[in-house]
Design a protein around this ligand. Structure first.
Ligand code: ZN
Length: 675
């Protein structure tokens, strides 16, 4: 029942958003010697109520926590320590910072949410009176306290002096309900949140909410993509370790957000601060308002650069003014914005992972909706920024933002063409392993689905996307680039890998098929490189192009003219790209693999096609053919798709200042050595 009603609360976005809110239950459990003890099972930090299971609830020895209620105060560090050392299992997650609060309330079941409706009321000029009026006499309302020991004591004291209260509201934070069974605690939550919603409904001045006509001001996807790429580049920064931190982007453009972005309140919606300090860790306290998207890229970049630099200056000022007195030893967090409201376009939210960008977007969406209601009711009056700062820089809160792993390609967005083939699959696998987000593209949707399915089982599915298009058609490729930008935020790494083979002597060659091979193997490479350049330029953060070329470029074979010639041309166009793109910090390198056979799950299309012919000409079976190629190279190794993938990761990680280079991944074929 505890898990069931936790899910009910967690899945209702009007109550809690991503990891917000918490629930608990107190149960008698025998220890190893058979002695019964009351254990408080409370939501663990980093778990989401929507999907929490039994392991998400660390068990704490209630008696030990209760003893501490007599303390005058308890530091955040010591509180965290107590939550750890009083846990009955060493492998449990750390209990929520509201763990003591759950301990101090006497009820078996305790539920806590950050319901939007209560935040709308609490953020009114006369918020406290309105909350009391809306919820009635059986609710105790206490002022805002930073989550922690003081808040836990204040809530417990409030309950002790009003033991008949059915709920406790903390201004600018949320509501606690409780009961001897899960149903009572949950129904009280719903009862009081409904009351708040109905109150707002009655109280609100509807005429101030009526909509605008948004039909004329719809922004085209192409312009939105330009904006997103520019924002992503301008907001990225070099961290203390000297590594570039890039963001992922989530775009939201539901009609009501577009309306909000065009309303006379748009600017105020951005600058008036979070509805509850808890949101600051995901969205920062203020958003950036962009009034229009200029047609010229240079103008757009100038505009966004100015917005981001103003945001950073303001953030630094806020940090300097708050980081004083006893708090003066704090380390400043990054000063980049997380949310942009764009007139006519809606919301653009940023995060260090795709998931975090979505969380920021969800919170911003609810915030804008809530603020509009608050403004239509009377006004929006959030907490002063010292409270916001205290929460943003609270040790426990900073821990909650699970550190992003420092892996090689963290933050990078890669596009791999021909991802449904053996080498493309191997490359995508290696890129995902190295921390990148990967757009897998191919013309063959059936095969691509299979690859996406395998990789989604191995990695967080939010880190990969499927894009089906024909690389020989430039306008289609351009459109796909827009889709990728709107899905993830932009492009840092392009891996032109798609290719087709054709075995024929020149004398017998079908001119049409020759043209087709050139269109895919050369035209496709040209198209994807050309289409990626504007996006990379708008980001202004460099990038990499790694062409999957071929051993045949240096060491061609008879009856393989169309393939070898097209690959040689693609190699050459990539070398030219390295000359032209260096000034933008974009590196272009080539990888020359040889004889990469697929795996059982993803075969090589190339070898499916040329294998039988090669076997026939050499009188070999499939295994014999693999063995033949193994014995042919100096190192006597089978070349795997993974080896090619490792080479791509090497270039994308920019470990050496290299561009225009060719790296053979062929086990050593002297005739194919670059010269
Ligand atoms: Zn809370």
């Amino acid at each position: 029942m505890r898990i069931y009603t936790s899910h009910l609360i967690g899945r209702n976005l009007a109550l809690v958003l991503h990891g917000g809110g918490n629930t608990s239950v107190k149960i008698s459990v025998p220890d190893l010697l058979g002695k019964e003890r009351i254990i408080l099972f409370v939501k663990g930090s980093g778990h989401d109520l929507a999907s929490i299971g039994p392991n998400g609830f660390p068990g704490l020895i209630l008696e030990n926590l209760m003893r501490l209620r007599n303390l005058e105060s308890l530091s955040d560090e010591e509180m965290a320590n107590q939550l750890r050392i009083n846990c009955i299992r060493a492998d449990s997650p750390v209990a929520s910072i509201e763990g003591f609060l759950h301990a101090f309330l006497p009820h078996k079941f305790v539920d806590h949410s950050h319901a939007d409706a209560l935040l709308v009321l609490a953020n009114q000029p006369n918020g406290r009176k309105l909350v009391e009026k809306a919820l009635g006499p059986n609710v105790v309302v206490i002022p805002y306290f930073k989550p922690g020991f003081d808040l836990s004591k204040a809530v417990a004291d409030a309950y002790d002096s009003h033991p008949s209260a059915e709920a406790i509201v903390i201004m600018h934070h949320g509501i606690f309900t409780y009961g001897s069974d899960a149903e009572t605690a949950y129904s009280m939550m719903i009862h009081y949140v409904n009351k708040a919603e109905r109150f707002i409904d009655e109280y609100i001045d509807r005429s101030r909410l009526v909509g605008l006509d948004i039909n004329d001001s719809k922004i085209q996807p192409n312009d939105l993509a330009r904006l997103v790429e520019t924002i992503r580049g301008a907001s990225s920064f070099i961290n203390a370790a000297g590594v570039r931190q890039r963001f992922f982007v989530e775009v939201r453009n539901q009609p009501e957000l577009v309306k909000a972005s065009l309303s006379p309140w748009a600017e105020e919606l951005c600058h008036s601060g979070v509805m509850t300090p808890d949101h600051v860790t995901r969205t920062k306290n203020v958003y950036v308002f962009v009034d229009q998207i200029p047609d010229e890229d240079a103008e757009l970049k100038k505009k966004i650069d100015t917005h981001v630099s103003d945001f950073r200056k303001n953030y630094d000022r806020y940090f300097e003014s708050q980081n004083s007195g006893e708090k003066s030893n704090l380390t400043k967090l990054d000063n980049s914005p997380r949310v942009f409201l764009v007139a006519g376009a809606g919301l653009v939210a940023l995060g260090f992972s795709v998931k975090w960008a979505r969380i920021a977007a969800d919170i911003a969406e609810h915030t804008i909706r809530g603020k509009l209601l608050a403004m239509a009711m009377g006004g929006y009056r959030p907490l002063p920024e010292n409270h916001v700062f205290d929460l943003e820089y609270m040790n426990l809160q900073q821990q909650k933002l699970e550190r992003t792993e420092e892996i090689e390609l963290q933050g990078q967005i890669a596009v791999v063409t021909g991802a449904a083939g053996a080498i493309g699959f191997g490359i995508a696998d290696c890129l995902l392993k190295a921390g990148a987000v990967v757009a897998l593209t191919d013309l063959d949707e059936t095969r691509l689905n299979k690859v996406v399915e395998i990789l989604s089982g191995k990695y967080d599915p939010t880190r990969l996307g499927k894009f089906v298009f024909d690389i020989t058609d430039y306008s289609t490729v351009e459109k796909a680039m827009v889709e990728i930008a709107l899905r993830f935020g932009g492009i840092d790494l392009v891996v032109p890998n798609a290719g087709i083979a054709y075995v024929s002597k020149i004398e017998d060659m079908d001119p049409q098929r020759f043209t087709q091979v050139m269109e895919v193997n050369l035209g496709g490479v040209f198209n994807i490189i050309k289409a990626a350049i504007p996006a990379m330029k708008r980001q202004g953060t460099g990038g990499n192009i790694v062409l999957i070329s071929s051993k045949n470029v240096f060491d061609p074979g008879a009856a393989f003219g169309a393939y070898s010639a097209s690959k040689a041309a693609a190699h050459q166009i990539s070398r030219i790209a390295s000359l032209e793109l260096a000034e933008m910090g974009i590196r272009v390198n080539m990888i020359n693999p040889d004889a990469v056979f697929g795996t059982e799950s993803v075969s090589s299309k190339l070898w499916d096609y040329i294998g039988p012919d090669r076997m026939k000409s050499r009188g070999l079976d499939p295994l014999g053919l693999k063995e033949y190629y193994r014995q042919r190279n100096l190192l006597k190794v089978s070349v795997l798709a993974e080896h090619v993938g490792n080479a791509v990761v090497f270039f994308a990680a920019e470990k050496t200042p290299t561009t225009g280079a060719t790296l053979p991944v062929d086990g050593g074929v002297p005739a194919a050595a670059p010269r």
